[in-house]
Design a protein around this ligand. Structure first.
Ligand SMILES: *Cc1c(COP(=O)(O)O)cnc(C)c1O
Ligand code: SF4
Length: 425
């Protein structure tokens, strides 16, 4: 796709910004050069983008509270003439961040309470999220973990890694480990490999995931060498984060394709953001282009309740409308799940348009994306037990021991909130 404001038939489109006019391509394509030239204060920013004194002041105001950094590559995608440029809105602070609305929280997902040991969030029965660094290449203005990318400078010490590995090693139910942060790929490759090797060596860990926005914000970090290294840890899934089709530049496409060609499946998680991608046309384009790169759209997140990001939030109905505009209208592969990661640590809850209109014991009534209403007759034989089910079930936790799934078993009648019980006794 051609960016409307960038001549990306010319690979040197960044050169339209004066300070980078003479940067050789070999430097530009080197992620270490990009990091060394990261812009992290309003004065540097003003040298590149024309900023009014007022705008500079706004950036300066928000800095003591929330971190700011953006590498030249990502900043080069900003349209200097559009105050609502989606790249600008994601990366450059505005005064709106200092406005804290009722209900906003420092730790909206209660991750700190779901941390049995530092840096390990163990919320779901069989998988954990590990925060292996507090560093990002670009600090998204809408970040959920903004408390965190701000407080915890730098990478983990060796003894912190010991604690993480000991926890995972002593919990045989953990079969999926997500390396997150911050941005997992902001670590040097040597340290990353050390952590991954230690986790890989734990026999009950079946799959690893890397959560990283790097293909979007610093795609030159995805070198052939890195891919060759990561491949050793298969099965490894790469979870990335694109929010707008303008981010799918030639460089970003190369990064994604390199990973997939290297045998690492790439999944995308977007955040629904007001005035950035809060429109079905934008989301459809993004999902289709990702799919063409073999990047599977996985989740669209409702924006969290972190402090100072109220201006990014959309009504939940906007996300449902977007899914309604995708499902059936385009490849099913391009349709992610829209989820709310609910406050208080309830985790991700899918919210979707309703397709089941009604049902009886004989039939269900369903509708399709066009509004066509049909019926599906229920079968007469309803016993669905499988003779092999017991044989394939290994170790705890049993699928039927927890949650609402338990209610579907004959011997359970209700789930009672603790608060109700406390009130009764
Ligand atoms: C999102 C998330 C996961 C992974 O969830 P999936 O639905 O398996 O992708 C695991 N742990 C935490 C704390 C998460 O936020
Ligand atoms: S890359 Fe992820 S962790 Fe880092 S600032 Fe953006 S949303 Fe937050």
């Amino acid at each position: 796709m051609r960016l409307p404001y960038v001549d990306n038939t010319n690979p040197l489109y960044y050169q339209r910004f004066q300070p980078w006019r003479d940067v050789p391509r070999s430097d530009w394509d080197n992620w270490k050069w990009q990091l060394q030239h990261t812009i992290s204060n309003p004065e540097q920013l003003a040298e590149i983008l024309p900023l009014t004194e007022e705008a500079k002041e706004r950036v300066r105001h928000t800095l003591p509270k929330y971190k700011f950094a953006v590498a030249p590559y990502y900043l080069s995608l900003v349209d200097p003439n559009n105050p609502e440029c989606p790249i600008r809105l994601q990366s450059i602070p505005t005064e709106a961040e200092l406005h804290i609305e009722a209900g906003e929280m420092d730790d909206p997902l209660a991750e700190d309470t779901d941390m049995p040991v530092p840096n390990v969030v163990h919320r779901y029965p069989d998988r954990v999220l590990v925060t292996i660094t507090g560093v990002c290449s670009m600090y998204c203005r809408f970040c959920t973990r903004r408390r965190f990318v701000m407080d915890k400078e730098g990478h983990k010490e060796r003894n912190e890694v010991d604690v993480i590995c000991n926890y995972i090693g002593s919990h045989p139910e953990i079969r999926d480990v997500i390396l997150s942060g911050g941005d997992a790929l902001m670590m040097g490759t040597t340290m990353l490999v050390e952590i991954m090797s230690r986790i890989r060596a734990i026999p009950h860990v079946e799959i690893l995931r890397i959560a990283s926005k790097i293909p979007c914000v610093l795609p030159m970090r995805i070198t052939d060498e890195l891919v060759t290294t990561l491949k050793r840890f298969k099965p490894l899934y790469f979870m990335t984060h694109f929010n707008h089709p303008y981010e799918l530049t030639p460089e970003a496409k190369i990064a994604c394709e390199r990973l997939v060609d290297g045998g690492i499946p790439v999944m995308n998680q977007s955040v629904l953001l007001r005035k950035i991608n809060s429109d079905a046309a934008i989301m459809k384009k993004l999902m289709q282009e990702l799919l063409a790169l073999r990047v599977k759209p996985y989740y669209i997140y409702q924006c969290d309740l972190s402090e100072g990001i109220g201006h990014f939030r959309t009504p939940v109905g906007k996300g449902i409308e977007i899914i309604e505009s995708l499902r059936g209208h385009t490849s099913g592969l391009a349709v992610p799940e829209f989820v709310i990661d609910v406050p208080g640590g309830g985790g991700k809850i899918p919210v979707a348009p309703h397709y089941l209109i009604s049902q009886s014991d004989k039939k269900v009534v369903v509708r399709n994306y066009e509004g066509f209403i049909s019926t599906y007759p229920q079968p007469t034989l309803t016993d669905c037990t499988c003779s092999t089910a017991k044989a394939v079930e290994t170790g705890p936790p049993s699928l039927h021991e927890h949650g609402v799934a338990r209610l579907l078993h004959e011997d359970s009648i209700s789930i009672e909130p603790h608060e109700t019980r406390d009130a009764l006794h």
